[in-house]
Write a protein that binds this ligand. Structure first.
Ligand SMILES: C[S@@+](CC[C@H](N)C(=O)[O-])C[C@H]1O[C@@H](n2cnc3c(N)ncnc32)[C@H](O)[C@@H]1O
Length: 334
């Protein structure tokens, strides 16, 4: 390696001068030998004694996920992996395709180094069952699945193995929260650990009733109420909304129905519990809005009520051609 040779006492000053002029080769280590220092250079440098000696290359610090895996995977495989990252608090959940299963621990270690989070888990199943959770496999870091996720200034504690939570709904929660007016009585029929209630009650002076069938989700919602400074109130109920709702003595100005696979089977309950002029925030998986609008309209017709569709939007993509869609309907008595 071509080097500038200087007496050791001049080493530091010379190094800085060469660096300032962009003449130092940063890929190799400076060497001290006998009374001299050897500084690696890029090309010709005038005014110094030049010598060719062997130098140790700098240990390369990988700056990104791609660099960490470039010897293992193709750039296309790396790009696909990157889009699958879900960061929940200090935990990262990855989707690793079957053909890369044998490299899962290397991928997990790279993700840990790159993200500097506490733990990396891999999705082992789709979201399934009544309580909407998925199987996860621990890959790297510390196997502790409890974390606190921050969203719009709210702190949301949860166990990623025990409850449903998606950071990809953050924008939707903010959007709903912004459309809420102070004073509303709100029912979240499928509240999970309470991201809708917590974000809304942080921002608005409202009374929220939150229901979930998963006792773990309600346990975390109760903790989350304590973790956040709320303007509104949240009352928690654990159980099946169809049963729990029988004890409600009041109607609601807004009902949130985020159980997209099955919410339509509970539309009769929602339409019955909504106040005249109230809003239902209804969600489902679909390739269009028509199916959801028809379901909401049919439920209203059966209950002899009117619905005005006030907004529709795609919340997130779920699979090619299918979306998690939101439909907001204003319900009124005939
Ligand atoms: C898709 S998750 C949504 C959770 C939450 N709204 C959120 O955005 O994170 C649906 C939730 O509905 C709950 N659930 C399913 N069936 C239910 C029922 N019949 N009554 C009440 N909760 C139910 C599940 O336990 C799950 O937490």
């Amino acid at each position: 390696m071509k080097c500038v040779k200087v007496p050791l006492r001049q080493l530091n000053d010379t190094r800085i001068k060469l660096m300032e002029k962009g003449q130092m080769n940063m890929d190799y280590r400076i060497k001290a030998l006998d009374e001299f220092g050897y500084i690696p250079i890029n090309g010709d440098v005038e005014g110094y004694e030049i010598e060719d000696i062997e130098l140790e290359p700098m240990k390369k610090v990988a700056h990104n996920f791609s660099e960490l895996l470039e010897d293992e995977l193709s750039s296309e495989e790396i790009e696909n992996l990157k889009t699958s990252f879900d960061t929940i608090g200090d935990i990262v959940i990855l989707e690793i395709p079957e053909e890369l299963e044998d490299k899962k621990y290397k991928i997990g270690d790279a993700a840990l180094k790159f993200t500097k989070r506490k733990a990396i888990y891999m999705k082992k199943s789709a979201i399934k069952g009544t309580i909407r959770i998925r199987d996860l496999e621990f890959l790297s870091g510390v196997d502790d699945s409890v974390t606190i996720h921050k969203e719009h200034g709210a702190r949301l504690k949860l166990d990623v193995r025990e409850v449903y939570f998606s950071p990809r709904l953050a924008t939707e929660r903010l959007r709903v929260s912004e459309s809420v007016r102070d004073g509303e009585k709100i029912l979240d029929m499928f509240c999970g650990i309470g991201p809708f209630p917590i974000v809304i009650a942080k921002n608005k002076k409202v009374d929220i009733t939150a229901v979930d069938i998963n006792p773990e989700a309600i346990k975390y919602l109760e903790e989350n109420i304590g973790l956040n400074k709320l303007n509104g109130t949240i009352e928690c109920h654990c159980g099946d909304i169809r049963e729990v709702s029988k004890q409600f003595k009041t109607k609601f100005d807004r009902i949130i129905m985020n159980l997209p696979g099955l919410a339509y089977t509970f539309l009769d309950v929602a339409v019955d519990l909504i106040e005249d002029g109230g809003t239902i925030n209804y969600y489902e998986f679909s390739d269009s809005y028509e199916q959801g609008i028809k379901r909401l309209s049919d439920a209203c017709r059966n209950a002899k009520k009117n619905v005005e569709i006030i907004n529709t939007r795609k919340v997130k993509s779920t699979s090619p051609g299918e979306w998690h869609v939101a439909i907001d309907g204003k319900i009124s008595e005939k």
